[in-house]
Design a protein around this ligand. Structure first.
Ligand code: GLN
Length: 306
């Protein structure tokens, strides 16, 4: 067997028996997911991909946030985007009502408040168009046409009152400059996009390789945008557990409540993992273990001395 595949298989097998945590309970369609699903994929800069474990898709959830932030940065430029959303760790849970005193600017684009503000920046005159443009943008990162899971979307929409409240607050401050209802619907759709770990690995890879897709060769976003996004993932990608994650694993990352997780080894790898049981921060428990093992085994910590 190929030595990399062999190493990845053994890392996957090491964590398989761990069953701490539980599926996201606040979105019914996610609560009922099979908690034992497990998958891992990596992509390198030459378009080589290795995917192991469960091949079925799942919804991207908050892993969409760094990519939509990237689309906004590329479309509007850094200064304009940062007028609407900050780049500081919030130190608060992902769904916190975390808005800057006076301006209402969310702390960063990777918590819900900041992500909803970012979605509102993507050009699109109507909900349908904004959401379609976002799905199309996410598809360019994946290198294939992605689809929305309509059941998960309906489930999000029926339980998304906190996100709706956030959108209305953002509108009251002028951070969202358009209809907040339309923006939050687009946000629910972006969270409900279906991906596999192989998709996540190339999406992460596109950010790891300066915005260039490792398989299609398309420059999806500029190298500067990719660098900005990876920087924010380093400080904010694991919500209020981002500091301990950086010490333990040392890789820019982003998690989602369906149990997906991406990590970036700059210029080397994009990694995608999936396991639906979450810890109290909303981060995949086995996903984190997997990446911790992988980072140790390959010496990937970004501050490691080589
Ligand atoms: N759709 C979820 C929400 O807005 C995404 C949160 C997450 O993945 N952390 O609540």
């Amino acid at each position: 067997m190929d030595p990399v595949r062999e190493m990845l298989t053994s890392v996957l097998d090491e964590v398989r028996g761990e069953d701490a945590g539980e599926t996201a309970q606040y979105i019914p369609e996610l609560a009922s997911a099979d908690p034992d699903r497990l998958a891992l994929a990596i992509a390198d800069p030459h378009g080589r991909r290795i995917a192991l474990g469960d091949e079925d898709p799942f919804t991207i959830q908050s892993i969409s946030k760094p990519f939509v932030f990237a689309l906004a940065l590329d479309a509007l430029g850094r200064d304009e985007v940062l007028r609407h959303v900050g780049v500081e760790p919030s130190g608060e849970p992902f769904n916190a009502i975390s808005l800057e005193e006076g301006t209402g600017r969310p702390a960063n684009p990777l918590i819900n408040a900041g992500a909803i503000a970012t979605t509102g920046l993507i050009p699109g005159p109507s909900a349908g168009e904004r959401a379609a443009r976002i799905v199309e943008g996410l598809s360019r990162f994946a290198g294939r046409t992605l689809q929305v899971d309509e059941e998960v979307y309906a489930s999000e929409a029926s339980t998304g009152d906190r996100n709706r409240a956030l959108a209305h607050l953002l509108r009251s401050y002028g951070v969202i400059e358009t209809d907040p209802h339309e923006v939050v619907e687009a946000y629910f759709r972006q969270c409900s996009v279906l991906v596999t770990v192989a998709d996540l690995a190339v999406m992460a890879g596109t950010l790891a390789f300066g915005g260039r897709h490792p398989v299609t060769g398309e420059q999806v976003v500029s190298a500067r945008t990719a660098r900005d996004v990876v920087s924010v993932m380093t400080s904010c990608g694991m919500y209020d557990a981002s500091g301990s994650w950086l010490i333990r694993v040392g890789l820019p990352a982003k998690s989602g409540v369906s149990g997906g997780l991406i990590a970036i080894s700059p210029s080397q790898f994009g990694v995608g993992v999936f396991s639906p049981r979450l810890d109290e921060y909303g981060n995949s428990t086995r996903g984190q273990r997997l990446l911790e093992r992988l980072s140790d085994a390959l010496g990937l910590h970004v501050f490691e001395q080589h």
